[in-house]
Design a protein around this ligand. Sequence first.
Ligand code: HT7
Ligand code: ZN
Length: 875
Amino acid sequence: GQIFKIEDYQPSDYLIPETKLTFELQPEATIVTAQLQFERRKGVEAGTPLVLDGDELSLVRLELDGRPVDASGYQASPQQLILTAPPASARFTLTVVTQLDPSRNSTLMGLYRSNGVYCTQCEPEGFRRITYFYDRPDVLSVYTVRIEADRATAPTLLSNGNPVEQGDLGSGRHYAVWHDPFPKPSYLFAVVAGDFDVLEDSFITASGRKVELGIYVEHGKKARAAYAMDALKRSMVWDEEVFGLEYDLDVFNIVAVSDFNMGAMENKGLNVFNDKYILADEATATDADFANIEAIVAHEYFHNWTGNRITCRDWFQLCLKEGLTVFRDHEFSADQRSRPVKRIAEVRTLRAMQFPEDQGPLAHPVRPRRYREIANFYTATVYEKGSEVVRMIRTVLGAEAFARGLKLYIERHDGEAATIEDFIRAFEDASEQDLSQFALWYHQAGTPNLAVTATHNAADATFRVEIEQSVPPTPSESRKRLMHIPLAFGLVGEDGQDIVAAQIEGAQVENGVIHVRKRKHSVVFHGIPKRPALSLNRGFSAPMTLSMEQRPEDLVFLARNDSDLFARWQALNTLLTDATIRAYRAVSGQANVAHDPNLIATMGEMARDDSLEPAFRALALTLPSESDIAREIGANINPDAVFMAREGLAKAIACANADQFATLYGIHDAGEFRPDAASAGKRALRNVLLDYLSLSSDQPTYAAAQFASATNMTDKAAALTILAHRFPGHVEASAALARFEDTYTNDPLVMDKWFQIQASTPGANAVEVVRSLLDHPAFSIGNPNRVRALMGTFATLNQTGFHRDDGEGYRLFATTVLEVEKRNPQVAARLATALRSWRSLEPKRQEAARQVLVMISSREDLSSDLRDIVERILS
Ligand code: HT7
Ligand code: ZN
């Protein structure tokens, strides 16, 4: 396939100031008439051929300024339309008529049908599946859209912008016209038509304009949209208060659909959502679902400014909108919930999703320079690391200069398609600081490492910290340049308070941050008579790894005393990871290793420390996952041994603290269900305790009782997970699984939880379980949510099952990926990334994984999406 390179960027020869679209919707033969007003760009020679993008298109008719174009005047293929000799005039109108079959579009890109609903997904390159166009983000156009459909099956007709007109057409047909006054790229276009229930509300903006809000859902599910509506209104207020950004149209609509390739889409004024991220009530959604809904509703809404009003010049700049918008949604959730708990959750996600990407064959810079399939670059690096880079800009410049820079960026580029260079320049201009070294965070792949040693000299009361930075090589970047790494730190004294040094010598240190810019730094703190505990990367100030020999007693001290809650959690997490790795190495995973009683006792202390919020305590009590541990081990991994080592530590903690945990479990009832963070935190703590209790008692009794009595999905699903994972095959576990299946058989989103719980049940038998679930009536290979719940969970969360040593997990996985690919190449490609860390496995598993990757890559009819991923993983 073609490789796109950032240096090849050229503006289009023509502009499209105005686009008029008519959709005559029919399930199998929809006619799209596009009236495109073209304007030759200044400096482009008259008559320069007009080359438009298409994808699997079928052209019905072509007119130029109202007259049919002669066959010699154009070349049309499903992939392209070339008007060979456009008029010499500066402006002309091209009318393009195409015919589509939405019912047969299983890619879920372009116009497709989901559960009887017509909907579109155009980002990144779906618009070219609707009509021939400059399907690139830097061509902005004002759209007017007319939709015609059967009134009986599609009473609701929606598009971007504001409603203009609607009416009857006779013969059971009707129409609606929408106009979006804001010029936008084609990827933000959307049409939805169907039969929905709508939850209506309204919002008055800071300047007093009324905005009508609507959330469109499947009939009977309106009540389940209430939390999403609440999250939307809170997002609107927050963006006004924190960033001074107001909504700009008369209406804001959200539609929930059940077949969707990603989480949601920020189409101007008409967000389309995966229904998983809209529908929630206490009986069907967990606290994690509520938190996701809040974050994603906010994320898509925030795109209205960061993405829509200011968009990207090209897809290399994807992080310009995504990294910034993730940063904004993180800040929103931190303000709505608990900031430290949110930060810990963000870092856990970054390490679980982005670190393996950055440390493996799929590593790429936050702003990539090359791609074959842009859909494969909606990655944790672009999104999550991209957000961390924005956060670091704030750390480097300080909150005020950061706010000025963002304001300047928005003022300068409103209505434009911008680049990362534009973004950085706005911060440089607002702060008068040079960010050229810092900008490497956008351009250089790989997770930097800081190796740190610290020595205390009582004689002259100094504390010396030596820091050395390195960035490991990544694909096609063997030599790395020195980064600017903002390292937040603290020196913690015996009383648990931060020590203020009399004088600091060496590197640039500002407001508790060491600015590491050179390869090696020495920082000497004067006036430190007693050796302090060194707290590093507080608040996770930079997305990096730290190599530092820290005494376990210092880590225990920091876990108990650090003033930074993230650092407290981190200290404990480091101790737990180290303990597991020691067990793994000592006896290759045998569970009966003696663990440090001090660590075990600290876990008990954390659980009962009422000065800490329950959500934090729940996180502190959660052990690093098997993949977290494997990542730290790095090479020659045996997932069975990792599992055993982790179980051994869990059991030691559970047994030593059994009485206490039982008491706390009894005390911490969250009471009546509320979806807020404080109530969710109580449930989280109680459910971690339930897991430990089940482990120490070795009995399913506690979990079975909770399963039977639970009145909300969080507690029910947690109990079912414990039963299924800790007591597989036990009559209580089988009965609970059967009960759950029976109760929720007609609720696909809840059945996804049932698939997930079974797909993540540890052990060799998982392969057979997953194989049989592929034939379950509630499973559908064409629905991305089902595929992700079953096969995605198996491949990413079931280390012992997926990596079964006979390779059967990989073979089942590969067969499924190829099945999915026939219908939906994008979803198949994303699924296949689960094999990206195959080289860190022990030799036998490595060979089995390599064989399935080679098998997939040798298929001749492979989609470019899947080929791109598999070939990069193998390279
Ligand atoms: N900006 C949206 C990206 C998206 C997408 C990308 C590829 C294929 C399907 C897709 N659906 C949505 C999501 C977001 O970041 O807000
Ligand atoms: Zn986004």
